[in-house]
Design a protein around this ligand. Structure first.
Ligand SMILES: [Zn+2]
Length: 462
């Protein structure tokens, strides 16, 4: 997380940590504060397909946990290191490196189950309450310290010095007991959701073996979740008491790993790697291997060859919105806008609830200067998902194309608001009101909202 020192000076005063308990409300505030920085981090991987997949998998796991009504949000950081972490407020981050390293969906489910368990067992709150001797000066310092502990250690030191919370960082790792409990509950969660419990120890074991190669540079996951042979043995023993399952991976898990691999290295290397894997039969799933080759060729701008390979992929008759979306992206990149729009329309009929297709379709319509059609699509969806910042951004672009200045700034304001960027949201709302092209009704709503947001920005102190 770069530029934390700068961020520190912009942070609003969240108030002191309650002296009696670290409440759910404290947690939510610290969590949103951290997420505000993460959304702005260049490593934040804003790939709707991957995020949709991870949240579906995550919620399948949450459903088998003790807190199955609680809100979680799963997000991805583009980072080759193997790491996953739980933040206050139910936010769970996963590095792309960890997703690529998982050799089965059950392995990924094991790591997510462990992180979900840290949340459901309130380990963060317990850890924070256990060190209340005046160490934690404010929620802001805490947010920064947690953020820093998860990122570049040198940046972290600088950031922490700014808020004089240097002592927190070392103490932010969960205790051994917490880790064992997260293993135990996490395994119940993943096994209850239908995944193979043995995958948890197999993945951890591989991580531990890999870490010997790293010497002092252990994967981040091992630094935040120290793995001992005892811990792995405990996990294995517990798995032995549960029924062994052969769980096939979902096609989307395979496709998304192929998509991530196609982003590795430079475009030329990615094509060569995808080609070689296919030629030498080094793959678990032929559809994913072919999908990965098309994705790499598209990235390398080899459109005609990508088109030929796409036909071979289609001939396998696998069904996934990810394949349709890749086909449409390829048409768009090759300059066939009408063909792409037709593919998106057909795909949305096949997968009506799948929002990544909707975003991509609206984006393609906007690129083709069909603002009215894009707005029709997005306005219908936004009644179902008003807090979806991607839809708000598309709305803003659609209105801008039609010269509706007020509506465009207002949608932009909402987009910022739902990403926790309150200052930017307020600025956009002011621009909307200044534009004078909103009608009386819309302007009154905007003025009321501006008042509301200003009140949040400067909370009255007791
Ligand atoms: Zn852990």
């Amino acid at each position: 997380m770069a530029s934390q020192t700068v961020v520190a000076s912009e942070l609003p005063d969240l108030g002191e940590v309650s002296q009696t308990a670290f409440t759910a409300a404290d947690e939510a505030r610290v969590g949103s504060e951290i997420m505000r920085d993460i959304y702005a981090d260049p490593k934040y991987y804003d790939d709707p397909e991957l995020i949709e997949y991870l949240n579906n998998l995550g919620y399948r796991l949450v459903a088998s946990s003790s807190e199955n009504r609680r809100a979680f949000r799963f997000f991805v950081l583009k980072d080759p290191t193997l790491n996953a972490f739980a933040l206050p407020g139910g936010f769970i981050g996963v590095h792309t490196g960890l997703i690529e390293a998982a050799q089965s969906e059950s392995e990924l489910a094991g790591v997510l189950g462990h992180e979900i368990a840290h949340v459901t067992q309130h380990h963060l709150a317990r850890m924070i309450e256990s060190q209340k001797q005046g160490i934690v000066p404010s929620l802001v310092a805490l947010a920064l310290a947690i953020l820093a502990a998860r990122s570049n250690p040198q940046m972290a030191t600088a950031a922490i010095a700014t808020v004089q919370a240097g002592t927190i960082q070392q103490q932010l790792n969960f205790s051994r007991d917490n880790e064992r409990e997260a293993d135990r509950i996490g395994m119940q969660i993943m096994s209850g959701a239908g995944f193979d419990p043995n995958a948890m120890s197999s993945f951890f074991e591989r991580l531990q073996k890999d870490s010997r190669l790293y010497e002092n540079n252990a994967p981040a996951y091992l630094r935040t979740h120290p793995l001992t042979s005892q811990r792995i043995a405990d996990i294995q023993n517990r798995a032995a008491n549960l029924p062994t399952k052969q769980v096939p991976d979902s096609l989307d898990f395979q496709l998304l790993r192929a998509k991530l691999k196609a982003q590795d290295g430079n475009a030329d290397q990615a094509v060569k790697a995808a080609n070689a894997a296919l030629m030498e039969g080094r793959y678990n799933n032929v559809t994913a291997a072919r999908y990965g080759l098309v994705a790499a060729l598209l990235r390398d701008q080899q459109y005609s060859r990508a088109g030929q390979e796409m036909q071979k992929l289609r001939a396998l008759n696998s069904t996934s919105p990810l394949i349709d979306a890749l086909a449409a992206r390829l048409k768009l990149a090759s300059g066939d806008s009408a063909g792409a729009l037709k593919l998106y329309r057909d795909a949305r009929e096949r997968f009506p609830g799948y929002r990544p297709l909707l975003y991509a379709n609206a984006d393609a319509l906007l690129q083709a200067r069909q603002g009215a059609a894009a707005l029709k699509l997005v306005e219908a969806a936004i009644t179902l998902y008003p807090d979806d910042y991607r839809l708000q951004l598309l709305l803003a672009r659609g209105y801008a194309q039609q010269g509706k200045v007020f509506m465009s700034h207002k949608a932009q304001a909402d987009a910022y608001f739902y990403q926790g960027q309150l200052d930017a949201a307020i600025e956009q709302l002011r621009l909307a009101l200044k534009s004078k092209d909103g009608d009386f009704y819309q302007s009154s709503i905007a003025e009321a909202r501006l008042k509301q947001w200003l009140a949040i920005e400067k909370p009255s102190k007791p």
